[in-house]
Design a protein around this ligand. Structure first.
Ligand code: ADP
Length: 272
């Protein structure tokens, strides 16, 4: 059999140097990304260890206290109440960590459905309106009457995004505040915003709110049982849908989170 001859393509020394230089830049960028990921993971681990340690310590000392056998029935009830709250916090933290890890794993498939955006968002809004948790807030829905677009979403996951945004809007505002769900559409995108008239976010904290375990100084109140992972989870879910989420806020005036999602004609269902 006749051997094929391979000739090396002619390449000048300058071209070779240029290629090496580019490859080096790419390696450096990849290395920076890995270092950044590593830093975030170490920080997350330290934060989570801290977040797990204090409720576990509280639970252990409550058990020890109850075991002394000297506690009155009334006091037993109040200790049990504290233990229940701490246990719920741990359950939330573990469930949120699990969901975040699931969303970060590219092997996790979303359960996508082609859905009428207006119907989906209206249903969510009316369920909040009926919820007793929102009875001291003024809820408003702004949606174009003729909005007729479909989105390809995992409804359960998108409800999770809305839940996080609505819960925060309520948590970081006072009784009587207004929370508005504003919907619009254009250029192949659906946009929905959750806007509140709450405490707002300090400009120096705004760039960090989507970081895992970031909680503002105001949010770190004793007894608060949220995990600080809500916005990281919301961002991951939105990004897995090919969308974006961003926040604008003015301290003392309020906050607005806007989610942008591709509409169906611009993003075939079943690709994510
Ligand atoms: P959590 O609410 O559990 O602390 P999140 O990830 O949901 O965690 O939010 C991160 C931080 O972003 C909060 O601690 C808070 O400081 C800020 N934040 C989020 N939503 C709002 C809002 N609507 N108004 C003011 N601050 C907010």
């Amino acid at each position: 059999m006749e051997k094929k001859k391979y000739s090396r393509p002619e390449i000048s020394r300058e071209e070779l140097q240029e290629q090496l230089f580019d490859a080096n830049l790419q390696l450096q960028a990849a290395n920076d990304r890995l270092l950044q990921e590593e830093r975030i993971r170490t920080e997350l681990f330290a934060n989570l260890s801290h977040d797990l340690r204090s409720p576990l310590t509280a639970l252990a000392s409550s058990i020890g206290y109850l075991q002394t056998g000297t506690v009155s029935p009334e006091e037993t009830q109040s200790v049990l109440h504290i233990m229940e709250k701490r246990t719920k916090y741990l359950q939330t933290l573990v469930a949120d960590m699990f969901l975040l890890a699931k969303m970060e794993n590219s092997d996790t498939r979303l359960q996508l459905e082609q859905i009428d955006a207006a119907a989906f968002l209206e249903e969510y809004f009316y369920s909040c309106e009926a919820d007793v948790l929102y009875e001291d807030r003024q809820l408003r829905l702004e949606i174009p009457e003729d909005l007729s677009v479909e989105v390809c979403i995992d409804p359960q996951m998108m409800v999770r995004v809305l839940d996080n945004l609505f819960t925060n809007a309520r948590k970081y505002s006072a009784s009587g505040a207004s929370i508005c769900l504003c919907v619009s559409c254009g250029a192949g995108e659906l946009r929905f915003s959750v806007r509140d008239t709450g405490i707002g976010i300090a400009p120096e904290e705004l760039p960090h709110i989507f970081e895992r375990s970031f909680r503002s100084t105001k949010a770190r109140t004793p007894g608060d049982d949220s995990s600080g992972l809500g916005l990281s989870i919301a961002q991951k879910i939105v990004e897995r849908h090919g969308g974006t989420i961003h926040c604008e806020s003015t301290p003392g005036e309020g906050t607005c989170f806007t989610v942008t999602l591709p509409t169906v004609t611009h993003f075939a269902c079943g690709e994510r």
